[in-house]
Design a protein around this ligand. Structure first.
Ligand SMILES: *[C@@H]1O[C@H](CO)[C@@H](O)[C@H](O)[C@H]1NC(C)=O
Ligand SMILES: *[C@@H]1O[C@H](CO)[C@@H](O)[C@H](O)[C@H]1NC(C)=O
Length: 199
């Protein structure tokens, strides 16, 4: 190979390869993505339709049915041996969320998740749950609640970590109170005041 040929090959490599890469990015529809290993970019939030953050309040009742033929909440892991307060138990649930405390009132969503009794000396549940809304404009949107629930406190609070659909970028908290607890059936109705910031 002559020196001139080698020079042309090098030149081709340096000038043509960047073009090839940029064309492949254009072809994939990723306009504005830089080529040299950068996979993130700053996006104007207005272009995503994110204008003003709103605060929405929902008052819901969380209906947990443990007893009977159609429980909505089922124990999936037994507590550790010898714990008088059920440390370690895991309960999985798909409870309804209603607008009134009466279980027959309008169902607007479901609380799907699990809790475990995470306190060794005090009853303090670790709860991880998604609320999926099933009515009106919220239908299909979700919020995610994760937190500590010391169930014998009159009022408890847990954070909202995020959401989907109408609740993208959500944050906030829930304040909850036991409305009814039946010690015989273990069924409970919990009042949830949900405060969620979202766009
Ligand atoms: C729990 O305790 C019961 C009764 O004492 C015993 O039969 C069982 O093997 C224990 N289970 C475990 C996992 O230690
Ligand atoms: C909610 O959305 C689902 C799925 O798109 C649909 O089947 C259902 O009818 C909707 N419910 C209401 C009350 O709009």
């Amino acid at each position: 190979m002559t020196k001139v040929a080698a020079f042309h090959m090098l030149a081709a490599a340096f000038f043509i390869y960047p073009f090839l890469f940029s064309f492949s990015f254009l072809a994939s529809g990723d306009k504005g993505v830089e080529t040299h290993g950068v996979f993130g970019r700053i996006v104007d939030r207005k272009l995503m339709g994110l204008k003003k953050e709103k605060l929405t309040h929902f008052k819901l009742y969380w209906q947990e049915v443990v007893s009977g033929k159609k429980p909505t909440s089922i124990r999936v892991v037994q507590p550790v041996n010898g714990s008088s307060i059920s440390f370690g138990l895991v309960q999985m649930y798909d409870n309804t969320l209603t607008t009134g405390s009466d279980p027959g009132s309008k169902m607007v969503g479901r609380a799907q998740g699990l809790f475990t009794q995470a306190g060794q000396n005090v009853v303090a549940l670790l709860m991880a749950q998604n609320f999926v809304f099933l009515q009106g404009k919220y239908n299909g949107s979700t919020i995610t609640v994760l937190g500590r629930n010391p169930v014998f406190d009159a009022e408890r609070e847990m954070p909202i970590l995020g959401g989907s659909g109408l609740f993208r970028f959500a944050r906030g908290y829930v304040q909850i109170r036991t409305h009814t607890f039946d010690p015989k059936t273990l069924d409970s109705i919990i009042e949830y005041n949900v405060y969620v910031l979202h766009y």
